[in-house]
Ligand binder design. Sequence first.
Ligand code: ISL
Ligand code: CA
Length: 571
Amino acid sequence: DGDETWWKSAVVYQVYPRSFADSNGDGIGDLDGITSHLDHLVGLGVDVLWLSPVYPSPQADNGYDISDYQDVDPLFGDLAAFDRLLAAVHARGMRLVMDLVVNHTSDRHPWFQESRDPASPKRSWYWWRPPRAATDPGDPRPHGTEPNNWGSFFSGPAWTYDGASGEYYLHLFAPGQPDLNWEEPQVRQAVYAMMRWWLERGVDGFRMDVVNLISKDPALPDGPLRGDGPYGDGSPSYLCGPRVHEYLQEMHREVFAHHPGRLLTVGEMPGVTVEQARMFTDPARAELDMVFQFEHVSLDHGPGGKFDPRPLRLTDLKASLARWQQGLADTGWNSLYWNNHDQPRIVSRFGDDGPRHRARSATMLATVLHLHRGTPYVYQGEELGMTNAPFASIGDFRDIEALNHYAQALAAGQDPERVLRGLRAMGRDNARTPMQWDAAPGAGFTTGTPWIPVNPNHTTVNAADARRDPGSVYHHYRRLIALRHSEPAVVHGDFTPLLPEDERVYAFTRHHRGTTLLVLGNFTGEPVPVDLPPCWREAELVLGNLPEPGDPADPADLADGPDGPDGPDGS
Ligand code: ISL
Ligand code: CA
């Protein structure tokens, strides 16, 4: 294949700075905290650190609302602390990828503040529209004069009225996150200049927030009504909108092309299809290296959306990921993830986080994911098998999405306990409880009061214990990452799904040159017999998550744990 693109054999580790490590006891993680824990990443063997936003921000959405693209929020440190982190990452042979949030800015960004004046040259940098005449007295929206009927991702309308302007502005997310108007060439040039500035500072690429939403149909037409709510679905007008490929090709020419072979670029793309993803990641089109798709993390959403979850059907998961594997087999490249700062913890979601099965369930899930074809992403704490948090009441949640959803659902007459159940299962705060470094009261995350409580299970689920235990989730992740670095079939092998109708076992092979890897993951709590072709009986076990014969293991474990995946080599 001769494809030496470095990020195909890389593993990325995502740090959510607010929740990773607090160096000064104010309860909020910071850059110096990350710098002092880099050896954890080295121990795991990861290649890239993706840093969630650390820019100055009012923190309406934990930094995904940026008020200055070329500085660091004092919460997290300063540019000198950033440079120290970057140098320390590079000194360890790793690379650093920044989060790039350019679908929207904060409403505190000077660009937006200027644009509030209708006479300002920056007026066209955002989506300002006059009120629409309230012709329909039956219009269920709060004012009925919003320029269109779109709802926002965080409940409520996608428009906020600005008295100073006499007009509304568009925000697909919170009112504090006004959408930039990418139709305006000056917006695009300002973004590219800022990106070049970070690359010249030494960063190695970008994870691009909701970058498939940057192109909107300028007519901003009403969308079809969604569910029984008052809002329309605007996504036909902005999801992979009319000029998105043109913009990304321009960005590639203006920014990425100046650093050939050096960068990793990944676009976060809610709602992206396989066909679109092929275009975004086709090297011949010169857009992005890979995208984050959302299909596999939407399979357990119920009719009422993400906060109305339903059980996952394993056959749906296998069918979905297989379609992505096949769709990007010859053109483009997959990213592989279970977790990030927006998703509940995978061992609680698709696995079993009870004390008996947690570690084997987490290692099984890791194995299945990492041995697909694509670049794996590990979200902080996933490598410890961290679980969802026991949120007791709405007061335990911090996330704007959760708080808005709760208020809106109660106003619509829903049962509070039912709404809380949805938030506990799917809320983003599950991913945002502090990293569990040790068993101390602050979990080794802080000596102060953490901004969100530590999960009480940090007394048993923590990095210090995991490093000492060769059978831990952490060491399994380490072995998986090492396998990717040593076995070309993990990186380059083709993908063949097996047992597509089986609701209990995840199975596939990867074939490359003379090597075939078989991957088996048992998604149940009991042993499951699997009928294998005879050729596999002599195969070598490359990596398992069950105690091996000869291990000083409790024999009872062998009888009742979920079978781990076996990875025989050769056929
Ligand atoms: O978790 C979600 C809400 O249900 C997703 O729709 C999420 O908002 C979407 O994946 C976009 O996420 C990104 O942009 C958001 C930010 O809140 C997320 O943290 C970020 O990952 C707005 O910037
Ligand atoms: Ca701090």
